[in-house]
Design a protein around this ligand. Structure first.
Ligand code: GLA
Length: 375
């Protein structure tokens, strides 16, 4: 049956949406039970269609033809491109007991892929939200996020933490989400009204994104042995350093550990600063800069172009800026006063173009609600 025939056979269309995210701070802390502070943004994926016998989808996403698969994610041939994520999500949900109900429709995206704004998590969460709704399968948002996290690994081998999927599922307009990835306890932290979220996409897509991420994760896990079961979110830098010295930890592994221990502390400090009644204190700029330097020097996931974007953001008057997401390319997030945000963004893009003959795409985003059915 063709997509058109499937569509003709369906009832009234329903539309579901899942957002991408920026992370204010807390990078590479999620997979070691640390804390993160992401924000769901108003760029994302919509999926429109209706209940059907099988899953039949077409999309405007870059790679991959329309797909047809069984409601439990079974496919005759291994799908490529975006279809891998759809199949993996359907499989994970089937394992959780989602009834075998299909969905025919189309996916539309306003999220650039590879820009570090979690387009794959938004895709997974949008598909999962639609599949659960048409099957009347009720699932807790964090359980849905965890299923999507597993799907990401199954689809493309990316050993990610839960942050991106959780942000897409839990987003709330005007707020960041403080999430403890160990206990999954979470709290909304309002973003001051006068602050704009500016994403600056470097245009660089690193081919080693997944392997570099996995290597860093492995190195961190090797380093964590020195903490003898304590989580890096629970120890101070001094305690971590004493443990590292006692265990003769080498310099590279110490840098990885230092990033994660210090980053957890920065998440707590930034959450505190945002909550402070004095508004976004000057601390914010320092915390974000320290975070970027730690990603650059200790965790080593930045690139010279990203460092320059951060530097330009500070030079042109942003409150603060840092590399957001997994790194090895992607985007810088700058926080700026709403009044000056466009001007700062335009100047950054201009200087970047002059220096690298490369386009930086700037987007002024707002914090929005997480995955849901649009009425
Ligand atoms: C990617 C992963 C997340 C998280 C970030 C780094 O976005 O998908 O789980 O680890 O990198 O903070």
């Amino acid at each position: 049956m063709t997509l058109i025939e499937h569509r003709a056979a369906t009832r009234t269309d329903r539309t579901f949406w899942a957002p991408g995210r920026v992370n204010l701070i807390g990078e590479h802390t999620d997979f070691s039970n640390g804390c993160v502070l992401p924000v769901a943004i108003d760029l994302g994926i919509t999926i429109t269609g209706a209940k059907a016998e099988r899953i039949v989808l077409e999309s405007d996403l870059r790679s991959g033809a329309p797909i047809t698969l069984d409601p439990d994610g079974s496919v005759s041939e291994n799908p490529g491109g975006w279809a891998r994520y759809v199949a993996a999500v359907a499989r994970e949900l089937a394992i959780l007991g989602r009834p075998d109900v299909g969905f025919a429709g189309q996916l539309r995206s306003t999220l650039p892929s590879g820009a570090g704004l979690s387009s794959s998590a938004a895709l997974e969460v949008a598909v999962a939200t639609a599949l659960c709704a048409v099957a009347e399968f009720s699932i807790d948002p964090l359980e849905l996020a965890a299923a999507c996290q597993r799907a990401e690994f199954a689809a493309v081998g990316m050993p990610c933490g839960i942050m991106d999927q959780a942000a897409s599922a839990l987003g709330s307009a005007g707020s960041a989400i403080y999430l403890d990835c160990g206990s999954l306890a979470h709290e909304l932290i309002p973003i001051p009204d006068e602050v704009a979220l500016v994403t600056i996409d470097s245009g660089i897509r690193h081919e080693h994104e997944f392997s570099g991420y996995a290597e860093r994760r492995r190195q961190l896990e090797e380093a964590l042995v020195v903490l003898e079961g304590r989580s890096p979110a629970e120890v101070t830098i001094d305690e971590a350093q004493r443990a590292a010295e006692a265990a003769n930890l080498d310099a590279l592994h110490w840098r990885r550990l230092r990033h994660v221990v210090s980053e957890n502390a920065r998440v707590r400090s930034l959450a505190q600063a945002l909550k402070s009644s004095q508004g976004p204190a000057t601390d914010v700029g320092t915390i974000l800069l320290d975070g970027h330097i730690s990603q650059r020097d200790d965790y080593e996931v930045s690139l010279p172009e990203l460092d320059v974007l951060v530097e330009l953001a500070y030079d042109y008057g942003a409150i603060g800026a840092r590399l957001t997401g997994g790194g090895f390319g992607g985007s810088v997030l700058a926080l700026a006063n709403k009044d000056g945000a466009l001007n700062i963004a335009t100047r950054i893009a201009k200087t970047y173009r002059e220096r690298y003959e490369r386009e930086a795409t700037v987007r002024i985003c707002s914090a929005c609600d997480g995955a849901r059915e649009l009425t």
